[in-house]
Structure formats: C-alpha cells, structure tokens
Design a protein around this ligand. Structure first.
Ligand code: HEM
Length: 187
C-alpha cells in the first residue's frame, strides 16, 4: 500500500500486454486493406501477446491469474443483474462480468489470429505458406471470410469492453483506465 491508500493491482507485464495489444490491434485494423505485410506483422504481435497472456494467466501475479477472475456463468449473470440495479459490488481485480469479457476477447482474438495465419498461408505467404499453398484451391477465401467475421466480432467486443470500463468507473467513482496505466487502485 502507498501513501495515497492504493495497492498495486496490475503488474507491469499485464499493463505492457494491454497497451501493446491495443496498439497492435489498432495497427492491424487500420492496415487490413492496403498494407498486408504490416497487417501480418501486427497480427504476429497480437499472436505472441496472446500466448504470453495465456501463460501469465496461469503463472502470473495474483490479479493476473485466470483463477482470480474467471467465474461461473451463474455468477456472471448474477453480477450483471446487480449491475442493472446499480448495486454491483466493487472488486479489486476484474469483476465477474469483466472477467467473462476478457475470456471472450482473448478467445475472439485467438480465432482471428489463427484464421488470419491460415488465410495468409493459403496465399503462399507467412509461416504456414509451405503447409497450405497449393493444397487449398478455395481455402484462402474461406479463411479470409472467417478472419473478417471474427475481426468484426472482436471489434464489437472491444466496444462493449469500453462501455463496461466507462460504466464500472462511473459506478464506483474510480478511474479504471488510470489503474491500467499506473497499476494502482484505491484500497
Ligand atoms: C483505448 C482503448 C482501451 C481502453 C481505455 C481499455 C481499458 C481497459 C481497462 C481499464 C482494463 C481493466 C478493466 C478492469 O478494471 O477490470 C482493460 C482490460 C483489458 N482490455 Fe482493454 N482497453 C482498451 C482497448 C482494448 C482493446 C482494443 C483490447 C483488445 C483488442 C482490449 C483488451 C483488454 C483485455 C484482454 C483486458 C484484460 C487485461 C488483463 O488482465 O490482461 N482492450 N482494458
């Protein structure tokens, strides 16, 4: 605890992961039409960040662990009902709905990255080129469609995520964005 009655919640690696993910996702989104090589590199960065987060969710610091914030569907629904009544409890780590959103975001990002790798490989580029090129006459189109679908779904989740962060900040009178920058939260 420091002098302002705050404790460290988000360790430096979680914060680095989060803001690098925001950067890489934004670059990937902005380059999808015209800048395929840059788009692919942004996708690789997202992929490595996801790998790191999956490992850190198992081995990381207290509030970074999946065991700290992944809750049962019943608990998530219960929390959302409390949220509607503006009576949801404040949590130090991720709240149950936030935890569910993180699982959804990580899963959607993982599928988007994998389908992107497959689509790229089927055009003869990227790490899967040897494996896929010439074996998939129409694979590229199918993977591209799936990739676009999941990218759009991820964007939809990001918008919900931002709404959730804004709502949670207002409800409990705390700046959650600042907490993801400094790592600290009020006790
Ligand atoms: C400027 C835009 C964004 C802001 C201000 C923001 C803010 C935040 C905040 C405040 C948290 C912590 C929530 C809590 O207190 O429980 C968080 C967590 C998270 N956000 Fe964002 N976010 C942004 C964009 C994104 C994007 C684009 C993605 C994914 C593509 C994303 C994925 C995540 C994930 C996965 C976590 C969990 C962090 C962890 O525990 O590793 N965010 N975000």
């Amino acid at each position: 605890m420091n002098q302002r009655n705050e404790i460290k919640v988000w360790d430096p690696l979680v914060r680095l992961f989060h803001w690098s993910l925001v950067g890489a996702f934004t670059v990937a989104w902005l380059t999808e039409d015209e800048w395929m090589v840059l788009h692919a590199y942004a996708g690789y960065v997202v992929g490595f960040l996801l790998l790191f987060r999956l490992i850190w969710g198992l081995l990381g610091t207290r509030y970074a662990r999946f065991s700290d914030f992944v809750r049962s569907p019943a608990r998530v629904v219960g929390y959302l009902l409390e949220l509607i009544r503006l009576r949801a409890e404040r949590t130090i780590g991720h709240n149950p709905a936030g935890g569910a959103m993180i699982v959804a975001l990580l899963t959607a990002l993982l599928i988007t990255t994998l389908t992107g790798l497959l689509a790229y490989g089927a055009t003869g580029a990227g790490p899967l080129a040897e494996l896929l090129f010439s074996h998939s006459a129409y694979g590229s189109e199918l993977f591209e469609e799936l990739h676009e679908l999941f990218a759009n779904f991820t964007l939809f989740l990001v918008l919900l995520h931002l709404l959730g962060v804004a709502f949670g900040s207002l409800l409990h009178g705390e700046n959650l964005v600042r907490a993801m920058i400094t790592g600290n939260k009020r006790v």
